[in-house]
Design a protein around this ligand. Structure first.
Ligand SMILES: Cc1cc2nc3c(=O)[nH]c(=O)nc-3n(C[C@H](O)[C@H](O)[C@H](O)COP(=O)(O)O)c2cc1C
Length: 195
């Protein structure tokens, strides 16, 4: 680690369901980041419910409290670790909606400020044969558009419904290693970027 303080990583999955395969994969990468010295905050988007973005609602009531809270968390961390499901070839509406709300200007502050220069590590677990490659490509485009710096490496877990044991452990050693490595790389890059 290059700097004295541990990099702060915010980790979340684009799926809210309790048995989410993306949450399981995210946990492996988060463990890798912790082992590399990062301070990882794992949040569940289920705990930040927000309506589908509507400009009229925003005019009337402003940005919802949960979006403000999540935006604050994003701003407060050096890097984001994000596992996205693939829904019909793209990221989940849950993930995109949260990112959109968190990109709105607040109190005259540039809406995209929390994202700018933020290091992002991407993963996907999908039940399909391509491991969510289309969702990750879209997520890469979205985060880049918002000014974040996405790591070139990514982790794709295909047929993820068969990838974990009953205790939620990732069975394949190579997949485990790759997910942990992504978390560790993010920790190192975030520390370097912050220094
Ligand atoms: C609306 C919907 C669309 C889906 N589309 C895809 C898809 O395009 N590609 C794919 O690999 N899996 C697709 N799936 C299956 C997901 O990979 C699977 O539900 C996965 O477990 C979701 O992630 P989670 O376990 O983290 O909730 C889709 C599932 C849903 C509900």
């Amino acid at each position: 680690m290059l700097n004295m303080t541990a990099p702060k990583i915010l980790a979340f999955a684009g799926s809210s369901r309790g048995a989410s395969l993306n949450k399981l994969l995210l946990a492996v990468a988060a463990e890798g980041a912790r082992a590399a010295g990062a301070d990882v905050t794992l949040v569940d988007l289920r705990d930040y419910p927000m309506p589908i973005y509507d400009g009229d609602d925003e005019m009337r009531s402003g940005v919802p409290g949960n979006a403000l809270a999540l935006r604050g968390l994003i701003a407060d961390h050096d890097a984001l670790l994000v596992a996205t499901p693939e829904y019909n070839g793209s990221v989940s509406a849950l993930l995109k909606n949260a990112l959109d709300w968190c990109s709105r200007p607040v109190d005259g502050e540039d809406g995209l400020l929390p994202y700018r220069g933020k290091m992002v590590g991407l993963l996907a677990a999908s039940m399909g044969p391509f491991g969510g490659i289309r969702a990750v490509a879209h997520a890469r485009g979205i985060f880049s558009k918002m000014g974040a710096v996405v790591l070139p490496d990514e982790v794709l877990l295909a047929q993820a419904q068969q990838a974990f044991d009953a205790g939620g452990n990732l069975l394949n050693e190579t997949s485990r290693k790759l997910a942990r490595q992504l978390g560790a790389n993010l920790a190192v890059q975030a520390a370097r970027y912050a220094a």
